[in-house]
Design a protein around this ligand. Structure first.
Ligand SMILES: Cc1cc2nc3c(=O)[nH]c(=O)nc-3n(C[C@H](O)[C@H](O)[C@H](O)COP(=O)(O)OP(=O)(O)OC[C@H]3O[C@@H](n4cnc5c(N)ncnc54)[C@H](O)[C@@H]3O)c2cc1C
Length: 231
């Protein structure tokens, strides 16, 4: 069987990305997105300086897991797995799901919260409305057969270099693969990221989608790959 036969989704991606209109059409759309992005970023004049990762003082409460209850001390788990995920957000969940499809069973997710979900474990906004209908793109719904009753929305944090995710092997540690730094589109991107990282682990290279531009190298080189679709 040819490589293409094994991966029908690659044909769909090619079909979707095949250019059917003149390039000017796409450039005009990108320009419009860039205008909207600048408008929104300028709305807060302090820009990216409004963000902090310092959880001291009044922010210390954000380090505490309010949903976990009392922590019962236990012996540390000491084992060896093929794939260890640090953090159980959508990136790890989607990558794990795709790895299972490849037959990788030896997977452990280490999460400092009491359960998985990442951003959506930690942030539960009572009564939050929705900016985009979540079940349009919430990953793995078809596989699980579950349709959420409510959609989500709110504010989002972002990677202050270029508002884009960081995905790929760490240049200094070959068996450390990162998938983080996502901004307001992390859920929508997680199906692609999960598939790509699973391919990187299993095949040693991307196959369906080349995510090299999102790699760590651009961060080290301080070369932003600007996400235009900041909403
Ligand atoms: C209010 C809000 C609205 C959003 N709306 C949308 C939307 O409409 N569409 C969309 O696509 N995206 C949206 N996003 C963004 C999206 O939710 C995130 O980009 C995505 O969930 C990030 O997933 P992740 O797995 O990369 O990281 P995270 O969800 O941040 O998960 C990382 C996990 O790692 C854990 N962790 C970190 N360090 C350690 C450690 N040392 N040891 C153990 N565990 C650790 C953390 O506790 C966390 O659970 C929104 C985000 C927010 C906050």
């Amino acid at each position: 069987m040819s490589d293409a036969d094994e991966r029908p989704q690659a044909a769909i991606i090619n079909w979707l990305t095949e250019s059917k209109r003149p390039q000017e059409y796409y450039e005009a759309i990108k320009e419009k997105f860039a205008e909207e992005r600048d408008l929104r970023l300028k709305y807060r004049p302090e820009g990216t300086s409004q963000y902090t990762s310092d959880l001291d003082g009044e922010f210390a409460r954000y380090e505490i897991d309010p949903y976990g209850g009392e922590i019962t001390p236990r012996e540390p788990i000491n084992d060896t797995v093929e794939c260890l995920f640090i953090g159980g957000g959508f990136s790890a969940l989607l990558t794990s799901a795709r790895l299972r499809e490849y037959g990788v069973e030896s997977i452990r997710i280490v999460e400092r919260g009491a359960d998985v979900g990442g951003t959506w474990y930690w942030n539960r906004y009572p009564g939050a409305a929705c900016d985009v209908v979540a079940y349009d793109y919430l990953p793995l719904l078809d596989e699980t057969g579950y349709v959420p009753l409510r959609a989500w929305a709110g504010y989002y944090e972002h990677n202050t270099l270029d508002q884009n995710g960081i995905v790929g092997r760490h240049p200094a540690l070959d068996n450390l693969i990162v998938a983080n730094g996502f901004s307001g589109h992390g859920i929508q991107q997680s199906p692609a990221v999960g598939r790509a990282v699973a391919e990187l682990i299993v095949h040693g290279a991307y196959r369906s989608l080349d995510l090299t531009p999102l790699g760590v190298a651009r961060i080290l080189a301080n070369a932003p790959l600007r996400e235009l679709n900041v909403v």
